[in-house]
Design a protein around this ligand. Structure first.
Ligand SMILES: Cc1ncc(COP(=O)(O)O)c(C=O)c1O
Length: 479
């Protein structure tokens, strides 16, 4: 056993030996049952007196870490049976208090049966460019070495990636510079940072109604109230918005203008301009969540709100989760003015940086042109799947009403009279298909009982047809 000893230091030699062996035992490097050297052998090896080693072993034995077996030697003691896990009845008061506000188990959290066809979730993992990303990880490590494993360029993110993001955005009419881009761990973090920078508990946010469920959860976690503005086939009802703004004095407008989650609706061009004008007139920041803007299956691309923003009223949030894959956890926020530094300071305070390795991998992947090829392939598949689902719903469930979205991942279906979303989800699970009940997307869940959200992107055409047929049987079960 090699034990480094500081012979001129203030810590006695026996204590240094005892600490070293203790650390080895606690880290598992010396497992239970290991025979440790005899005190005579160790004393000779370390060139210390035998009493010094005996003192160290005595201290370890007193703490139950080693046991001496006469005639056999000294062994690392077994740690004993694991302590039982803390049970609710023994939790401290502060833990017990937390259960009071804990959310009850939502139907959507129920574990689905193994052969269920799920129309929940986001993109199709079978289409992820897993092999190409694996190769790119190797390329980055070969090219950048240990630099890829440092924190990287600070809180705003890897500069070349920020530069690449500005190029992607320029092709959509958003002109910005790398120092106005903050790379985040997914767009969810961008949303969190923007809201944390702009809101105080008790403030009000305006959002589409229905809206993205994890945005609602975030507003709730921040102690912020939400006022909903209805959505039609042209997106948020911007006429209704003005009255809402005057009545509630919101501190932020949260919107998903393109292929909205959950409705799939896109804000018309005229409404986009009106929304930006309205925010400017009332001096309210807009957080624009463009989570699937590139997944367009038909029609002309629409400029993001950020492209219409002349003053810095719009904070634009983007992500590679849906266009590429969510597990890389890279998103970004684009702003103008002091808000960028504020977001960047909050980013640093919360997680220091987004994975430097993944930022470099993503940047390399984006710049060699593979991304555009992947995007085209995904668009082709998802378009076919959307069409397959619309056709299957028409065949199997003609009494469900829907508008086919021009892009994105979701179909928002209005259920026949007398069929509620919560009951339908349970019935659908029994029939072997999973859907997301509309209740998830409203601050007042009861408003979502008439709808379900169906993800058409994650299943192939055969699964879509079988799943929709099962859904039709579940609807029939409830009648
Ligand atoms: C509308 C919307 N915004 C943001 C996100 C967050 O995604 P990510 O953090 O993976 O970028 C999601 C995820 O589903 C979403 O649907």
């Amino acid at each position: 056993m090699r034990i480094p000893l500081d012979r001129s230091g203030v810590v006695p030699l026996w204590r240094q030996i005892e600490r070293f062996i203790r650390a080895e035992i606690e880290s598992g490097a010396l497992p239970a049952g290991t025979r440790i050297p005899s005190s005579r052998a160790l004393a000779t090896a370390l060139r210390v007196s035998r009493i010094t080693v005996d003192n160290a072993y005595l201290s370890l034995a007193t703490d139950g870490l080693v046991v001496a077996s006469p005639g056999r030697g000294t062994f690392v003691a077994s740690i004993g049976p694991p302590r039982p896990l803390a049970e609710p009845a023994h939790w401290p008061v502060w833990q017990q208090a937390m259960t009071a506000g804990a959310a009850s188990t939502d139907a959507a959290d129920v574990e689905p049966p193994p052969d269920v066809i799920s129309f929940t979730g986001v993109g199709d993992p079978r289409l992820f460019p897993t092999r190409e990303i694996a190769l790119t990880i190797g390329d980055v490590i070969r090219a950048d070495g240990a630099d890829a494993f440092t924190y990287g360029d600070g809180a705003n993110g890897h500069r070349p990636l920020r530069q690449t993001v500005t190029h992607l955005l320029a092709s959509q009419g958003v002109h910005t510079t790398p120092d106005r881009v903050v790379i985040t761990s997914g767009s969810q973090q961008a949303l969190f940072l923007a809201c944390s920078a702009l809101l105080q508990p008790g403030d009000t946010v305006v959002a589409e109604q229905p809206t993205y469920d994890h945005a609602l959860a975030l507003f709730d976690a921040l102690g912020v109230g939400v006022v909903g503005v209805d959505v039609d086939t042209d997106g948020m009802d911007v006429d209704g918005l003005e009255a809402t703004v005057i009545e509630h004095g919101p501190k932020l407008i949260y919107t998903i203008p393109t292929f909205q989650n959950p409705t799939g609706a896109s804000l018309s061009t005229a409404r986009r301009q009106r929304l930006v004008d309205l925010a400017r007139a009332h001096d309210i920041p807009i957080v624009e969540d463009d989570f699937v803007g590139d997944l367009r299956y038909e029609g002309r691309a629409q400029a993001p709100l950020k492209a219409l923003d002349e003053r810095g009223d719009v904070l634009y949030i983007g992500s590679f989760s849906k266009m590429l894959m969510p597990g890389i956890r890279v998103g970004y926020l684009v702003g103008d003015g002091p808000i960028v530094d504020r977001v960047s300071a909050l980013k640093r305070a919360t997680d220091l940086s987004t994975s430097n390795l993944m930022q470099r991998v993503l940047d390399r992947y984006l710049t060699v042109g593979r991304y555009q090829t992947h995007l085209r392939r995904s668009i082709r598949s998802y378009r076919q799947r959307r069409d397959a689902m619309v056709a299957a719903l028409g065949r199997h469930t003609p009494d469900i009403a829907l508008t086919a979205p021009a892009g994105g991942l979701f179909l928002w279906a209005t259920l026949p009279d007398g069929v509620g979303a919560t009951a339908l989800r349970a019935a659908a699970m029994r029939r072997g298909v999973d859907v997301t009940p509309g209740t998830r997307f409203y601050a007042d869940p009861s408003l979502g009982e008439r709808n379900v959200r169906l993800n058409f992107a994650a299943r192939d055409e055969q699964q879509i047809d079988t799943g929709v047929a099962r859904l039709a049987r579940a609807i029939a079960d409830l009648r």
